[in-house]
Design a binder for this molecule. Structure first.
Ligand SMILES: NC(=O)N[C@@H](O)C(=O)O
Ligand code: NI
Length: 168
């Protein structure tokens, strides 16, 4: 029986080993434009390593995942960070792993709210986009350039996400 992974709410403190949560954090706010606009400053940094690399902005339109979901693989991008910011205001799942000697450790699953984005630091193990309920668009900021920027790992034994609900 595959091991069922608990789902936790996405919080910066628990996500810190993997990157940053992109959300309107009052501690990062400064007023600009004559007080008309609140700027939540420098919530994360985009990384694009290697000669000829550049930071690009994309839209990913993800189809909803079906549950229970068998999680069989993780991936990482050795030359750059990757951020996902929801454009439709719907929740989604974020799945990350610590590195364990070059392979992902047991995945950790977070339920992100529709007003939370994430930025995976360069070379952080994560599962590809996990959209819920309906096709959803995400602004994705990541790295383009020479070299293979995608490393995948397939588990011998899959894990299971039974439902995208908070279980902790
Ligand atoms: N491969 C690709 O562009 N998408 C993945 O990196 C992902 O994290 O969804
Ligand atoms: Ni990715």
């Amino acid at each position: 029986m595959p091991k069922i992974l608990p789902v936790r709410p996405l919080r910066q403190e628990t996500f810190a080993p993997f990157g940053h949560v992109i959300e309107a954090d009052p501690a990062r706010m400064r007023l600009i434009n004559g007080g008309n606009t609140e700027r939540f400053h420098a919530l994360a940094e985009a990384e694009a390593a290697g000669e000829g690399a550049r930071v690009i902005l994309n839209i990913f339109r993800g189809q909803p995942r079906a549950f229970p979901y068998q999680l069989t693989m993780m991936e990482r991008h050795p030359f750059g960070s990757q951020s996902f910011s929801p454009l439709n205001g719907r929740p989604y799942l974020v799945v990350v792993s610590e590195d364990d000697g070059g392979r992902p450790a047991e995945p950790q699953v977070f339920l992100a709210a529709g007003n939370q984005g994430v930025n995976y630091r360069r070379n952080v193990w994560h599962h590809p986009l996990m959209t819920l309920d309906a096709p959803s668009d995400f602004l994705v900021v990541d790295r383009d350039g020479p070299g293979n920027n995608l490393e995948e790992f397939f588990f011998d034994d899959p894990f299971l996400i039974s439902a995208p609900l908070i279980s902790e």
